[in-house]
Design a protein around this ligand. Structure first.
Ligand code: SF4
Ligand code: SF4
Length: 65
C-alpha cells in the first residue's frame, strides 16, 4: 500500500549518475543490471523528495506534476 500521496518518477533527462539512489532513505530506488533503467517503488517511498533535490539534472518529478 502506498504510504503517502506522491508518485516520483525518473524522466528521460536522467544521466545515470546514481546520486538519487545514494540519498534515498527508504532504498526505494533501484537500478537495473544494464545501468540505464531506474525505478522508484512507490510502496517503499516516503515522499521525502531527497532524490529530486539531489538530482543534478532535475530528472525526478511527480508523475502528476
Ligand atoms: S522521495 Fe525520498 S523516499 Fe521517495 S524515492 Fe525519493 S528519496 Fe526515496
Ligand atoms: S540523481 Fe537524477 S540523473 Fe542521477 S541517476 Fe538519479 S534521476 Fe538520474
Amino acid at each position: 500500500m502506498q504510504k503517502q500521496d506522491c508518485h516520483p518518477v525518473i524522466t528521460e533527462d536522467c544521466i545515470n549518475c546514481g546520486a538519487c539512489i545514494l540519498v534515498c532513505p527508504m532504498e526505494a530506488i533501484e537500478i537495473s543490471d544494464s545501468g540505464n533503467s531506474w525505478k522508484i517503488y512507490w510502496w517503499a517511498c516516503n515522499c521525502c523528495w531527497a532524490c529530486a533535490r539531489e538530482c543534478p539534472v532535475s530528472a525526478i518529478t511527480d508523475i502528476n506534476a
